[in-house]
Design a protein around this ligand. Structure first.
Ligand SMILES: O=P(O)(O)O[C@H]1O[C@H](CO)[C@@H](O)[C@H]1O
Length: 355
């Protein structure tokens, strides 16, 4: 049977069984079922080998899944085109892409030129990978991220994090624009992420679903220390030194699927759940980074106060979010540069002493 035919007949769906096998559904219109009598599934169960991952990945002609080897190829494509060897990765949120302006000696790769890469479709996300230096420290930066609401599955949205890992990145700095739910928050505040609530995950949608390749990380990764405590502490110290501590907070981010902004009832529910800021990104990247053992520092720029009462005529909008990003551009560039400097002088310096 040709791969094309397989691709038409069977849609690789999601892994939920303890054998780490993907579940196949015979027809895209029917609900996913584990039919162990299905001829194709039977064959897969019989061949429970390391080839399985490659087999499953190839079914979609790389449309359905990124194997370790494919991500290696993407990483190699980049490494072949620059001598910069970053240990720190940065993801720019909506309206925060100007961060890339302060990168020196940069080499840029538009997403559409990188093999197997998705493309950015959202205003405020330029859509390129930038390699270069921040204050002399080699970094790589996603100037534009991928969101679930753009129509990409989460494993595709967070694939660049695995590329970073295979390029050699050990520390990830993630930024986003988010709505402020905590009544003390104001537009323009910066919220260091202490934790998250993954509402997409509650609904059974997670970038780590599917065949797990142990070369990236374990089947069941812990998430209780996802946001590195010493980097959070360092960022607060840096904020104090910069004199911006009065608007730097620490809190819990919740991700929803978007693209619509939230209803008042939804926002009130989130607040009861202990959420300080809400957005439509970041969590899939953090899960993927944590899975492959990266250290993560993340923050939200609070671009708007969430509208929590029915009398208000205010409405959330993307343009305002981008404008708030521009307003805080200078501060964010400085903060990220200093956090990069801290990581380089502390974590990376230590790890090169104790390899
Ligand atoms: O999370 P980032 O990409 O920063 O963008 C945030 O801003 C957009 C809405 O204005 C949404 O994409 C939301 O997630």
């Amino acid at each position: 049977m040709s791969l094309q035919k397989l691709n038409n007949d069977f849609n690789v769906h999601r892994s939920i069984d303890c054998l780490n096998l993907n579940i196949l559904k015979e027809n895209t219109n029917s609900p996913p079922v584990i039919n162990k009598n299905n001829r194709f599934t039977k064959n897969l169960l019989k061949r429970r080998s390391s080839n399985l991952i490659a087999d499953l990945a190839s079914i979609g002609n790389h449309e359905n899944f990124y194997t370790y080897e494919l991500i290696q190829q993407i990483a190699q494509y980049l490494l072949d085109r620059t001598n910069i060897r970053p240990k720190i990765g940065i993801i720019c949120g909506s309206g925060l892409g100007n961060l890339a302006d302060v990168i020196t000696d940069s080499v840029s790769f538009p997403y559409h030129e990188i093999p197997h890469f998705p493309v950015s479709t959202v205003a405020g996300h330029v859509g390129r990978l930038v390699f270069g230096y921040l204050d002399g420290v080699p970094i790589m930066c996603m100037q534009g991220r991928f969101h679930y609401y753009e129509g990409y599955p989460l494993w595709k949205c967070s694939m660049p994090v695995r590329v970073m890992k295979l390029v050699g990145v050990s520390h990830l700095i993630v930024t986003n624009a988010a709505g402020g739910l905590n009544p003390k928050y104001r537009a323009g505040d910066i919220m260091i992420m202490k934790d998250h609530i993954n509402f997409l995950g509650f609904a059974g949608n997670n970038p780590l679903q599917g065949v797990n390749d142990e070369r990236f990380g374990p089947r069941f990764p812990a998430m209780n220390r996802a946001y590195n405590a010493s980097l959070r502490k360092a960022a607060h110290k840096i904020a104090k030194e910069m004199g911006i501590d009065k608007f730097v907070r620490e809190g819990v981010y919740a991700v929803l699927g978007g693209p619509n902004f939230e209803t008042i009832a939804e926002l009130r529910m989130l607040r009861v759940c202990g959420v300080d800021a809400v957005g439509m990104s970041t969590v899939h990247e953090v899960l993927t980074a944590q899975h492959c053992d990266m250290k993560v520092f993340a923050f939200s720029l609070i671009t708007n106060k969430c509208v929590m009462d029915y009398e208000s005529m205010a409405e959330a909008n993307h343009e305002e979010n981008i404008d708030t990003g521009l307003m805080r551009e200078g501060v964010i560039k400085k903060l990220v540069t200093k956090v990069v400097g801290h990581i380089s002088n502390h974590d990376l310096a230590m790890s090169s002493k104790n390899p």
